[in-house]
Write a protein that binds this ligand. Sequence first.
Ligand code: SF4
Length: 359
Amino acid sequence: MIGVYIHVPFCRTLCPYCDFNRVRIDGAPPDAFVDALVREIDAFDARREAETVFLGGGTPSLLAPGQLDRILEAVRRRFDLKAPEITLEANPDDVTETLADAWRATGVNRVSLGVQSFDDAALRYLGRRHDAETARRACRTVAARFANWSMDLIYGAHPPASWPATLTECVSFAAPHVSCYGLTYEPDTPFGARAREAIDEDTALACYRRSRELLAGYERYEVSNFALPGFRCRHNLYYWRNLEYAGFGPGAFSFIDGGRSMNETALEAYLARPGRKAERLRLSEREIRVETLIQHFRLSEGLGRDTYADRFGRELGADFGAVLRTLMQRGLLEERDGRFVPTESGFELNNEIGLALVD
Ligand code: SF4
């Protein structure tokens, strides 16, 4: 089984903090893009069973229903979909009742809404094209049509004090899944020059802890992701369990048969040669094992000795016993019923686990 990712790199406005691969566009993406995507999917060289399809971006909610239909038809032609989770990322500004109905008709069964905040000042700071009222309307429209939906939220935008109210409002919508990410000031973005505006580490940690408190009815199943029972994001679990996925679209990554590859990033190059790889990396068995640990330790389920043995035919303790002991001594991991799981400090300082493992 694999997960299928489709990258739709178009946005109507470019948010100044965002470093994703995207281009500005008015209206729907060009049909030439959909043609290229369909060609790339049709040319995928193995028939595989897929459990998830994730349309991310960019802004997949800019696709016209007919375009979305063509893309999902191509996926169905090429992959055996098994009770698939089909997620579409949406900008609140694009959500209408008609469009949400059309998404359902194409087979989309999960919508991930880029709400980011319910505070107008924070949304302006982030340069988003929607306001809080638009976000509320989009939540109501999506919740009325999809049992499974998610909202993305960002903490650390100014004013940072708006964070608890955003979380409280999020809970009032009973979104089955919530992702909470800290704002970053990436060097290659307009925000890169404004890094001095970033909240300090203590404030960021306080925001993270507020997320835990106010989302207490949710399971924090990954460092930044919270779900009601039965609503974990099945697609993202492919990444966090370091399982295989096939990516389509400009700059999309794939991880198949021990190799990681990335498509051409620039739109023109992609349109000329859809599916051509800009990078290919064959990972050693050891690198795959290390990455598997790093990813699993983002999850509350951690990593079981038996899961590791089933996958690699080796003993977790024999391969990583020393570093696991160190991480437990540092209070970042603990062992429970044959599983190594992150402690609360392990969640809060998750990068430290990764650094120790690559050392
Ligand atoms: S944050 Fe989302 S909507 Fe904004 S530029 Fe990035 S991909 Fe586009």
